[in-house]
Design a protein around this ligand. Structure first.
Ligand SMILES: Cc1cc2nc3c(=O)[nH]c(=O)nc-3n(C[C@H](O)[C@H](O)[C@H](O)COP(=O)(O)OP(=O)(O)OC[C@H]3O[C@@H](n4cnc5c(N)ncnc54)[C@H](O)[C@@H]3O)c2cc1C
Length: 543
């Protein structure tokens, strides 16, 4: 029987990110994926700010920046009646080569389709000799004991069956997760519809339609907002038309793609069809993210409407949260409650992101009385289009203004963070308010040429001593040594950092979230270290 500390089931972006994260932390793991790694119908296109910050930590941000999506291609979002019809409004977004980081992060959201992003994650994971990726291998069943998980797999090329003993198993096996099903974990939430994806190649499409380039076109006609058209790979003229409602066509063969295409373009145009899929838009969260030694991450744990581009990005953040905790427990310094904090921290974020994504989707149905004259060549038509354009940018456009959602999530009531009694900051999808309150993502500030505060975090805990008069932290350092917790002390006297972090001593976890802060050393340093390493039970009094 093969043995591995961690068995990851599913080689989509989330499973690959977890394999890479564990590999980066020096933890051996095995990933099994039933497919061969080929992506024919890519879903994900936007790697958000937080995922890019993690890519920066992992050393793969340049590869994402350098993906084949052209650096000078406008990333604008345009609202149109049809591609060859009227333009109602536009949200300008700078091409990748002109993007500047804003003050909150060293990174920007990147347009990088899954056709490029998954292979980048794959080669990152493969770069570690202690990470094994096995394709064409399916998990058939597993049994769970107090000490291990025994998985039964089948090699789909040869039919050979194998038993693998794993310390932990992580189901990154997507929306119809077999792992979740086997554990009997239900999903809370609802179905929002049955959209259709039509993939096609269409060189010269925008020129033929007389349309100024953009990356994402939302189409709205007398029937309301009914589809969007996205360029996935400009160099190869690969596009995707998403029809929001399949209208009862529940199989690819029953989809009238020529009719949908003609409606979206407003003219005929010959395209090369590449693929069709009908899928279910769900807004659901698993009732539990873990059971014993088994965890769920990514779409296995939550399914979001793609409005807001949060699906994979939420899953990558799951992987970052679970990764350091598994590594800590396997290294021996993680406490007995550390792994149960994964559900406590990440499930509320799943609920938050699922809820916001559904809200963005429901914006699509909020237009009604302006639509009758929308395509009229008349004064009334001009006025209706102007009003509608403004309403669309404000309403449907919300899903493109999400800095707060992307980096403002925080682990409220986390059992492994020490509440400092300060009030919570606003959690607005659009407005990001940096905060070093325990549970929050430790804020970014530049601390040298091209060097961000975020570059300090990752490997272990970091204890920041801020300001010229920062108190001595030797008791906390000694407590960390006593518990074998990796902790590095960093002293900084940058006024901007002091203002952002608000306290003279701030302890940041390996995932870059704040664990504890104060202006003075804690009276019981061991109690703080035990809390943040998950060795204190959550019903023990706060330290
Ligand atoms: C139209 C659309 C656009 C989207 N755009 C974005 C976006 O811009 N940004 C974003 O963040 N998200 C986006 N998403 C969501 C994103 O695509 C998903 O959240 C993401 O792919 C989930 O990744 P995952 O690794 O959890 O699951 P999946 O990508 O579904 O991967 C699961 C893998 O598990 C494998 N598997 C399943 N069962 C087994 C088994 N028994 N044994 C072995 N292997 C198994 C499957 O073969 C599969 O490869 C979009 C989704 C859609 C539909």
């Amino acid at each position: 029987m093969q043995r591995t500390p961690v068995l990851i089931v599913g080689g989509g972006p989330v499973g690959l990110a977890l394999a890479g994260e564990l590999g980066w932390r020096g933890i051996a793991c095995m990933l099994i994926e039933q497919g061969d790694g080929t992506i024919t119908t890519p879903k994900m296109n936007e790697v958000n700010i937080r995922s890019m910050e993690l890519c920066r930590r992992w050393g793969i941000a340049d590869a994402v920046h350098g993906c084949p999506f052209p650096g000078d291609y406008p990333l604008d979002v345009a609202f149109v009646t049809r591609l060859a019809g009227y333009e109602l409004g536009r949200i300008p977004r700078a091409p990748r080569m002109h993007q500047q980081p804003d003050s909150h992060s060293p990174m920007r959201l990147q347009v990088c389709s899954q056709i490029w992003f998954d292979p980048i994650l794959q080669s990152f994971a493969r770069s570690f000799a202690h990470v094994e990726l096995r394709y064409r291998t399916r998990l058939e069943s597993f049994t769970l004991s107090e000490h291990a998980v025994i998985a039964e797999t089948v090699d789909l090329a040869t039919g050979a069956r194998e038993r693998i003993e794993a310390g932990y198993l992580v189901g990154c096996d997507g929306a119809s997760s077999m792992v979740r099903g086997a554990l009997g974990i239900g999903l809370d939430g609802r179905t929002l519809g049955h959209p259709v994806h039509l993939y096609f190649r269409a060189p010269g499409l925008l020129q033929a339609c007389g349309r100024t380039p953009a990356t994402f076109f939302v189409t709205v006609d007398r029937g309301g907002v009914w589809s969007n058209v996205r360029i996935i790979d400009p160099a190869n003229a690969m596009w995707r038309l998403m029809v929001l409602d399949a209208g009862g066509a529940m199989s690819p063969a029953s989809v009238d793609r020529e009719r949908h295409l003609r409606r979206a373009l407003g003219r005929s145009f010959e395209v090369e069809w590449l693929g069709t899929s009908v899928w279910t838009r769900r807004s659901v969260v698993a009732q539990r993210y873990a059971q014993g030694r088994v965890f769920l991450a990514g779409d296995a744990a939550h399914q979001l409407s793609p409005t807001g581009a949060l699906g994979m990005n939420t899953g990558i953040a799951d992987a970052a949260d679970l990764g350091w905790k598994l590594a800590a427990v396997l290294a021996g310094w993680g406490g007995e409650h550390l792994l149960s904090s994964y559900d406590a921290e990440r499930r509320p974020i799943g609920i938050r992101n699922v809820g916001m994504s559904a809200e963005f989707y429901l914006e699509h149905g909020k237009l009604n009385d302006e639509l009758a004259t929308i395509e009229d060549d008349s004064g009334a038509g001009v006025q209706a289009r102007a009003r509608l354009g403004e309403a669309l940018v404000r309403g449907v456009g919300r899903m493109f203004r999400t800095t707060g959602l992307q980096i403002g999530y925080r682990y409220e009531d986390s059992p492994i963070c020490v509440d400092d009694g300060t009030p919570t900051t606003t959690d607005d999808p659009d407005v990001f308010v940096p905060s070093a309150r325990p549970g929050s993502r430790a804020p970014h500030a530049w601390i040298g040429e091209g060097r961000s505060m975020l570059d300090l975090y990752g490997a272990g805990f970091v204890l920041l001593r801020l300001g010229a008069g920062a108190p001595n932290a030797s008791a906390l350092e000694a407590a960390a040594v006593a518990r074998k917790v990796p902790l590095t002390t960093v002293a900084l006297t940058d006024p901007e950092v002091e203002e952002l972090y608000e306290r003279r001593l701030v302890m940041v976890r390996p995932d870059g979230h704040v664990a504890w802060r104060d202006d003075a050393p804690p009276p019981d340093p061991l109690a703080v270290i035990d809390r943040v390493r998950g060795a204190a039970s959550s019903n023990q009094p706060t330290v």
